[in-house]
Design a protein around this ligand. Structure first.
Ligand code: ZN
Ligand code: ZN
Length: 320
């Protein structure tokens, strides 16, 4: 095997390490909650009714969380459709040209009929040398995936996938469901956490009553479960709030309004920006967050002038 290929395989394998870490933490939290808390602690204390209610609610949160995580990982990132690629003759022509201006001429000719409204900061047509295509608005090349991704937000190591047009709704839901999962676990574990915690403190000063919950293993799992769920809740909350803010402000992690990369190429003095309309449906359906991209014409002072319907299906047609 060539060293370059071997290195790429190693990098690809290493990309799954954060996913395996999350899977391990989730599997452990399942064991700790179901076995140690509900079966040993609650049933052991004769609280069978409470254990059943906790188990049913826990599985609801767990299934939604795992489903959204799975969908974020395994939804392939969407690439630009074939009309954004240069034809063979155009590509040959482009490669033979050494002058950047002539190359831009070729790109401009090809991009004439494409629904493209933004240019690079230097007002040139955005072209990916690696994929040999004209980049649609908000598409970026991901060096980890080695392809251009439509409406790329970022490459997320925790899902080992690019977050973009095809899976942004799953990513948002993954953040939301992990928040709910952590919140549910932390609040239901809290009273047992306090009980065990005070028991631990009492144990250090006097002998522990025998009929109390004294199983050291269950205690360790419940205490640790509270710490881990609270820690994840706080970190995911900041990430989820940040992404809600991005959606509300019509931004992605990569492209921000006012960036030179959004400078309008056809009307000097104006550029356009995009509004992501995210509609969150609390029920488990195929389209929990509908993504729709509208486009406003904005003057350079940032004042919105006119709404122009350049919907994502026009930009991203032939996606499915
Ligand atoms: Zn590319
Ligand atoms: Zn990527």
């Amino acid at each position: 095997m060539a060293p370059g290929r071997f290195w790429r395989c190693c990098l690809r394998g290493a990309g799954w390490v954060p996913v395996l870490f999350i899977t391990f933490v989730v599997a452990w939290s399942y064991y700790a909650y179901v076995v140690e808390l509900c079966v040993f602690t609650l049933s052991g204390n004769g609280e069978n009714g409470k254990a059943v209610v906790y188990l049913v609610a826990f599985h609801l949160f767990f299934v939604m969380f795992v489903w959204s995580y799975w969908m974020t990982i395994f939804t392939s990132p969407a690439s630009p459709s074939k009309e954004f690629y240069l034809s063979n003759s155009e590509r040959e022509h482009y490669e033979k040209e050494f002058s950047q201006e002539r190359q831009q001429e070729i790109l401009r000719r090809t991009a004439k009929d494409l629904p493209i409204y933004t240019t690079s900061g230097s007002r040139t047509i955005r072209y990916c040398e690696r994929c040999q295509l004209i980049k649609p608005d908000r598409a970026h090349h991901c060096s980890a995936c080695d392809i251009c991704i439509l409406k790329m937000d970022h490459h997320c190591p925790w899902v080992n996938n690019c977050v973009g047009f095809s899976n942004y709704k799953f990513f948002l839901l993954f953040l939301l469901y992990s928040l709910l999962y952590c919140l549910f676990v932390a609040t239901t574990v809290l009273q047992y956490f306090i009980k065990f915690w005070t028991l631990c403190r009492r144990k250090s000063t006097q002998s522990c009553p025998k009929n109390e919950l004294t199983d050291t293993r269950a205690k360790f799992h419940v205490l640790f479960l509270f710490f881990v769920s609270t820690m994840f809740f706080i970190s995911v909350l900041s990430l989820f709030s940040y992404h809600c803010w991005l959606v509300g402000k019509n931004r992605t992690t990569i492209v921000k309004i006012g960036d030179k990369s959004l400078a309008m190429k056809r009307n000097t003095g104006y550029f356009q920006y995009f509004q992501v309309l995210a509609q969150i449906n609390p029920f488990l359906s195929n389209h929990l967050v509908n993504q729709k991209t509208d486009c406003w014409i904005v003057n350079l002072n940032g004042q919105r002038m006119d709404l122009k319907k350049v919907l994502s299906d026009q930009v991203y047609k032939n996606m499915d």
